[in-house]
Design a protein around this ligand. Structure first.
Ligand code: GTP
Ligand code: MG
Length: 452
């Protein structure tokens, strides 16, 4: 059957990568190019995301994208500073993002967070492309704004081309050492089997047309069916961040990927021990640039239709968890919606065992990633939770049978002072890191040490 055009939602594109590799610059460039094309107004800036309509993509991509060939409305980009990639990449136990851009600095290559992001992409089966960024920094590079990638590369000196190629093949090699077959995007025939690498510069815009073309092509070709949603139905979304917002108390930054959310809607938000049931007080979006005044950063909107990012203000959100589901109840039974949310939260707890270490992480997404990596490394987990390390976690860890399992692995969270004291006093191992595999490594080294 043929879908109504307005029921195809915008694909959600997560931009991931190591610190400083150029995620935000890339989005800025796309926004800036739209300003250049006189279409600044067409781009809408949401909380945590930027919507770029098809016409703008087509203008930036030039003859590479003909709008007549597409019926998706555009692309919704989510920038992921630091570790929010983990929340961005989960919903319904799978991926919130439909597709991802893994940004890699060509000079810097794969770095810890690149590996981490890639592991999660693989685990959630999220299709992705690699943006090999900063090609303009290859010594001797001759820039020309916004050219397609191949044209830009072919107009460089032999020396520059060969240096760039070395860096690009290093990246392709890193991917293949993770069993991902990758190649320059223009050589990729089947993007479901091979990952395309797009050489580009977020500074000069070279290669940005190619990136947008590949993204649109991929979405249209492989994701159209998944983009068919019931826009009028009750909204489903994911919490990206829990934040204080002046004048509104604790609010949640969310991405809505299905249906519609309105002011006064009753919502269920994932939390521990029980989901939160509350009523939407306000839906907030950043004010358009021209209208920003110091005292009013946000404007209230009456409703938000998927896919879009929005800040939700409502009472009782203090215990909401990043990475947790949000559901509008609509005309369904509250109990049924509570069950849906509970079930989704329970999905990540099944992996705990009778015996093992205690783990804490900053978001549900990172907890999920950490627990499953521990599983792969055959390190059993006894208790897993979101939030800072508190004395009760130390008490929990103490109950483990073996000395080395009397340990807490803390990912990207604080350790409360009294918990640290208690751990010292009770001889409970405390491992802290903001890179998952480093955290696990330091625990493994400790285990080896005490087993010697
Ligand atoms: P985090 O959000 O901190 O993880 O960093 P990010 O990935 O968003 O990187 P960001 O866009 O902030 O860029 C980091 C630095 O690299 C900035 O100084 C940018 O100006 C610079 N940069 C990014 N892309 C390019 C590029 O293509 N060429 C050059 N020359 N510099 C770039
Ligand atoms: Mg950034």
């Amino acid at each position: 059957h043929q879908a109504e055009p307005d029921s195809l939602r915008t694909p959600i594109v997560a931009v991931l990568g190591h610190v400083d590799h150029g995620k935000t610059s890339l989005l800025d460039k796309i926004r800036g190019s739209a300003v250049h094309e006189g279409e600044a107004g067409a781009i809408t800036q949401h909380i945590g995301s930027t919507a770029v309509p098809l016409e703008v993509i087509s203008d930036i991509a030039g003859e590479l994208v003909n709008p007549d060939d597409f019926d998706l409305p555009g692309l919704l980009f989510i920038d992921t500073p630091g570790h929010h990639s983990f929340s961005t990449l989960r919903s319904r136990g799978g991926a919130l993002a439909d597709i991802a851009i893994l940004v890699v600095d060509v000079n810097d290559g794969f770095q810890p967070q690149t590996h981490e992001a890639m592991d999660i992409l693989a685990r959630t089966s999220t299709p992705f492309i690699v943006a090999a960024n900063k090609i303009d920094t290859v010594p001797g590079w001759n820039p020309e704004q916004n050219r397609p990638s191949k044209v830009a590369i072919e107009s460089q000196s032999e020396r520059v081309q060969s240096d760039l190629n070395d860096s690009l093949y290093e990246i392709i090699g890193q991917l293949s050492s993770k069993d991902i077959s990758a190649d320059m995007y223009w050589r990729v025939q089947d993007f479901q089997k091979n990952v395309g690498v797009v050489p580009l510069s977020a500074e000069t815009g070279e290669g940005v047309p190619d990136l947008l073309t590949v993204l649109m092509g991929l979405s249209q070709r492989y994701m159209k069916d998944e983009m068919e949603i019931d826009t009028a139905g009750p909204a489903a979304g994911t919490v990206l961040e829990v934040k204080d917002t002046q004048g509104f108390g604790t609010t949640i930054d969310t991405v809505i990927y299905d249906g519609t959310i309105r002011e006064d809607d009753t919502i269920v938000v994932g939390s521990k021990p029980e989901p939160i049931v509350t009523d939407v007080r306000a839906l907030l979006q950043p004010k358009p640039l021209a209208e920003i005044r110091a005292d009013e950063e946000f404007e209230q909107v009456p409703e938000v239709v998927a896919a879009e990012g929005v800040k939700v203000a409502a009472p009782d959100l203090d215990d909401a968890m990043a990475g947790a589901p949000v559901r509008v109840v609509g005309d369904r039974e509250l109990d049924d919606v509570l069950d849906i949310v509970r079930k989704e939260l329970a999905d990540i707890e099944v992996s705990t065992e009778e015996e093992g270490v205690t783990v804490k992480a900053d978001t549900l997404g990172s907890l999920e990633a950490l627990v499953s990596t521990l599983e792969e490394d055959e390190i059993p987990v006894m208790d897993a939770g979101v939030g800072d390390v508190a004395p009760r976690d130390v008490r929990m860890a103490e109950t483990a049978e073996t000395a080395h399992e009397q340990s807490i692995l803390a990912f990207n969270v604080d350790v409360l002072d009294d918990a640290r004291q208690l751990a010292e006093q009770e001889d409970v191992g405390l491992f802290e890191h903001d890179v998952i595999y480093r955290l696990i490594e330091s625990y493994q080294e400790y285990v080896e040490e005490i087993q010697e």
